[in-house]
Design a protein around this ligand. Structure first.
Ligand SMILES: [Cu+2]
Length: 151
């Protein structure tokens, strides 16, 4: 490993342990690359993106997501309807066994409505994923204007 890479790694470990992190619990659901779109102060809504990976051999379901910065968090997808992209609600977030589900700009997203706090650069937002069997996974998301590089 060269010197620069070492510095980058150290920086990542010490200064920003959660910028783009993988998170995992014994339940086998990995939530990574989570981030929130930094919006102008006047905005009342934003969107969050992340990747879910189910490491188990059983299907997993996320039944609810909450954050500490918005009154409401809803899962949306983008679909083409009569040559127009529009948002539709994702009724059920299922991650099949061994599969990965990606939420990214232009596609699936977590819509955050009724922002209760101003989004700030370099500040973490706590996002809670509620699983079907009652487990809750807490992940810290960071705010960015544009998508950060995936880990
Ligand atoms: Cu939306």
């Amino acid at each position: 490993m060269n010197k620069f890479a070492t510095y980058v790694l150290l920086f990542a470990l010490i200064v920003s342990p959660v910028a783009v992190q993988a998170y995992e619990k014994e339940n086998g659901l990995v939530i990574k690359d989570g981030w929130i779109r930094l919006m102008p102060a006047v905005a009342t809504a934003s969107a969050a993106y992340f990747t879910l990976h189910n490491k188990t051999d059983k299907e997993m379901k996320v039944v609810k997501i909450t954050t500490d910065i918005a009154k409401k968090a809803s899962l949306h997808d983008m679909v083409m309807e009569q040559d127009m992209m529009s948002m539709v609600a994702i009724k059920e977030l299922v991650i099949p066994a061994g599969e990965t589900v990606v939420f990214s700009p232009g596609g699936k997203h977590l819509m955050l409505m009724g922002l209760t706090k101003k989004l700030e650069k370099d500040k973490d937002v706590l996002v809670k994923f509620y699983l079907e069997k009652g487990e809750v996974i807490e992940v810290k998301f960071r705010s960015y204007k544009i998508a950060p590089p995936a880990s």
